[in-house]
Design a protein around this ligand. Structure first.
Ligand code: FMN
Length: 190
């Protein structure tokens, strides 16, 4: 196995919810527990990323944005765990991606392998939000993993009161998802 195939990958994960009891942040923690040996998943909290404003950006990136972009740049891949709001991508998720997408063609998202998953108490499990997010990653020129998809529906039945994933089937899917993402990232290594 050559160095490219064996080196430990650094993956950055962030959740598109600021809620303390967020199912999506809980799902991200469960992903961390399931990472395969060749991968380290670091969690980034996006609560320090302000609302996008081009005037602010022109005057100099806020510290929270600079840290976010540097963390993406340093990572081999990015995992976004997001809720769905009103059949779309929540503003919090999209706002963070909008900051990270700058400047176009030279942003830390350009050419970056990404993966999307999400959890919702509803029965569609963020399906529409995930599709919409894939469109955004077309413009950022990010390589969004097509399959497998993870849609955690009826999330309130799959986590305990402490936010620990209790559903064995979902946990098994997370392992498969991460193994697939590891292969996706290694395939796209420069
Ligand atoms: C403004 C708003 C819009 C929502 N729209 C949807 C929706 O379109 N589809 C869905 O499945 N859930 C929707 N929900 C419910 C969220 O899936 C639910 O609040 C979820 O727990 C949010 O994710 P979190 O637990 O990670 O914070 C919505 C919630 C809010 C607050």
């Amino acid at each position: 196995m050559d160095e490219k195939q064996s080196r430990e990958l650094t993956i950055l994960g962030f959740a598109g919810s600021l809620r303390r009891g967020s199912y999506n942040r809980a799902l991200l923690r469960a992903l961390q527990e399931e990472t395969p040996p060749g991968m380290r998943l670091e969690v980034f909290e996006i609560d320090g990323v302000p609302l996008y404003n081009e005037d602010v950006e022109s005057a100099g990136e806020p510290e929270g944005v600079a840290r976010f972009k540097e963390a993406i740049r340093a990572a081999d891949g990015v995992i976004v765990v997001t809720p769905e709001y009103n059949h779309g991508v929540p503003g919090v998720t999209k706002n963070a991606i909008d900051w990270a997408s700058r400047p176009p063609h030279q942003s830390p998202l350009d050419g970056k392998p990404v993966a999307i998953l999400g959890a919702s108490p509803g029965i569609t499990g963020t399906a529409r939000g995930q599709s919409q997010l894939r469109q955004a990653f077309e413009f950022t020129n990010s390589y969004c993993m097509p399959q497998p998809e993870i849609l955690v529906y009826r999330a309130h039945e799959k986590f305990d009161a402490e936010g620990r994933l209790t559903d064995a089937k979902t946990r098994e899917f997370l392992g498969k998802f991460l193994t697939a993402f590891e292969q996706w990232v290694r395939r796209l290594q420069p």
